[in-house]
Design a protein around this ligand. Sequence first.
Ligand SMILES: [Zn+2]
Length: 270
Amino acid sequence: MKLAYNLFPGGLSKALTLSYDDGRIHDRKLIDILNRHGIKSTFHLNSGKFGMQGYIEAEEVTALYSGHEVSVHTVTHPFLEQTPRERIIMEVVEDRRSLEGLAGYPVRGMSYPFGTYNAEVVSILKALGIQYSRTTQSTKRFDLPEEPLLWHPTCHHRDMLALSEEFLALTPKPWGTKPSLFYVWGHSYEFHDNNNWEDIERFCSLMGGRSDIWYATNMEIIDYFQALDRLQLSVDGSILHNPSASPLWVSANNQPVEIGPGQTVRLGEL
Ligand SMILES: [Zn+2]
């Protein structure tokens, strides 16, 4: 029995996630476009900037970002690697507390203000229970993150159309496949400033509404692979138990197998 944890929900091998920073008013138009195409994004917000000119209001967070993910971007957007330890903690925890009060769920993700960090910043995030944090270093690849606290995206949105064709052309291989994640980041105001909203419209038309792509927030991807990690497997590799509350997919002899929440599956009988 060849067993691999290489599938997204639905037994899919491709996923798309978006990641937008700063909580600017242009998030409203961006979300309208994403929602029309069923594409999900994570929004990294600075709670200290709500209501300032050009930024969204605290009161609209719940409704505006519903169906997407609200995530930490610190209270005031400092360079964290230049910030005293005590202030790093405050910037992360207080942003988290404010966002949780608005979003109504535990906020566990983050992106680095200015994309900058150092080893101490990363270790503090770990201690604060932050599960992932996105950088601004484009990989131009479709890999899952090796270290979620240093999650390097595929590309900034200026390069998303150029990479679309390559991503759409990827096909699962009969000898097993690598899960492919297309991770795009940016700021919604850039579409406004550069007057190129048609780029995101075009990208969403190309990418949206497809049965071979899982549309997920940043946190949903991390949560899914953490749940896969917690699958319980018998020594002989034939019995799998899913102790989580979500359905999970594995590939057994290159066939997708769904294991429901709390379900035990004997792979040998399939
Ligand atoms: Zn930012």
